[in-house]
Write a protein that binds this ligand. Structure first.
Ligand code: FMN
Length: 382
């Protein structure tokens, strides 16, 4: 099973096409969409496609190894699964499928605060290797309780997301009246019934809920209700002061996700973070910002050797991962790509997607004569 690779879907775009056929429209739109006009989604892809790597040919052939160390722990590849909320809406048990695949193939997996699987369940299927992404609770009691649960479940890495000071303006979700669990309007029901495999699997798994947060949230949440709940419950301060408090309270590794400026990166170092993720949240929060690959180079140059630097947003291929590493990333995360994988192939989607990306990355590295991921740092074209 760990070597599973379905030759019909070599590229992420193949998985996306297949997933789109199997997932109800409102759920696919939630996964696929960005904010406002979705210019940021296009910009993320274009900026990655504009990176150029240089080749030396008169070198011996090598067999590359993707092995690397991230936050002091050995991993088998320099990429991981980014936190994606409400994954169970796209395909039941997606967080568990991806956490298990990431554990089996030894890459990082980050569970979202607003996940459809509980943090306890994911700790179980990942043998305690999963990381947890935090939207900082406004209520200290909820935060203390979450930390208590995280410690009891042996989470070692906390990823604090700092780029959601407001709920992104996402026209697709507004039009679709997105809600958790999905509302039974005629339109939604028809969309669900038109995807029988999704429908049956979802009925068998039970309606998607925000499992980790259930103890703190009474009642179902419509799109507007969900935004209000997030505003009220999960919009605690993640400015420098707020992060300092979290740093003082959290004993494990601390990663700050969603930075795009050198000043913020410098503050994260001062606060004592162990790593940062240069990210624009997959272009779901602001439509007029930079693609993360652009500030990545500046940020990685500035903080090199003091803190680890990761990157996400727009990554879809092995060459994209190679380019992000060449621009200074120690690890690269992907959000939508892995969910397309599960939407397309169910249980096997996680393993397939990881293997596809590994094969692609190995091929680029062999072509560039890079024996290890860190060798890619010398490959950026002038
Ligand atoms: C459907 C969806 C839900 C997301 N939910 C979260 C979340 O709960 N917490 C978070 O920190 N980031 C969240 N993100 C952002 C991802 O962690 C990541 O930054 C982004 O997906 C990277 O871009 P990509 O999808 O182009 O790879 C979400 C992204 C998507 C697409």
């Amino acid at each position: 099973m760990n070597t599973y690779f379905d030759r019909r879907y070599p590229d992420i775009s193949d998985l996306k096409k297949k997933a789109k056929k199997r997932i109800p429209r409102f759920a696919f739109d939630y996964l696929e969409g960005g904010c406002n006009q979705e210019h940021g989604i296009v910009r993320n892809r274009q900026a990655l496609a504009a990176v150029r790597l240089k080749q030396r040919q008169l070198q011996p052939r090598i067999i590359p190894s993707l092995s690397c160390e991230i936050l002091g722990r050995p991993y088998s590849a320099p990429f991981g699964v980014a936190p994606v909320g409400l994954q169970g809406l796209m395909w039941p048990r997606t967080p568990e499928i991806l956490a298990r695949a990431a554990t089996d193939l030894n890459i990082p997996f980050v569970l979202s605060t607003v996940s459809s699987s509980s943090l306890e369940r994911v700790a179980e299927v990942s043998d305690g290797h999963a990381w947890f992404q935090l939207y900082n609770p406004t209520d200290d009691k909820i935060r203390d309780d979450l930390f208590r649960r995280l410690e009891a479940a042996r989470y070692e890495v906390l990823v604090v997301t700092v780029d959601v000071p407001t709920f992104g303006f996402r026209p697709r979700d507004i039009r679709n009246g997105l809600s958790i669990p999905p509302r039974m309007t005629i339109k939604n029901l028809l969309q669900m019934l038109s995807k029988p495999q999704w429908f049956i699997s979802t009925v068998l798994a039970g309606k998607p809920q925000l499992q980790t947060l259930l103890p703190y949230m009474p009642g179902n949440k419509s799109g507007a209700g969900l935004a209000a709940f997030m505003d009220k419950t999960l919009m605690g301060p993640v400015d420098a002061e707020g992060l300092k408090e979290i740093r003082d309270r959290w004993q494990g590794k601390l990663v700050v996700k969603g930075l795009l400026s050198t000043q913020d990166a410098e503050e994260a170092v001062a606060i004592g973070a162990d790593a940062i993720v240069v990210s624009n949240h997959g272009a779901r929060q602001i439509d007029v910002g930079e693609a993360p690959i652009q500030p990545l180079l500046r940020i990685a140059d500035l903080v090199a050797g003091r803190i680890e630097v990761y990157m996400d947003s727009g990554v879809r291929t092995g060459p994209d991962i190679a380019c992000a590493i060449a621009c200074g990333a120690d690890c690269v995360f992907l959000g939508r790509a892995f969910v397309y994988g599960v939407g397309a192939l169910g249980e096997r989607g996680g393993i397939h997607t990881i293997n596809s990306l590994k094969m692609q990355l190995e091929q680029v590295m062999a072509q560039l004569r890079c024996a290890t991921p860190s060798d890619l740092a010398n490959c950026l074209a002038d």
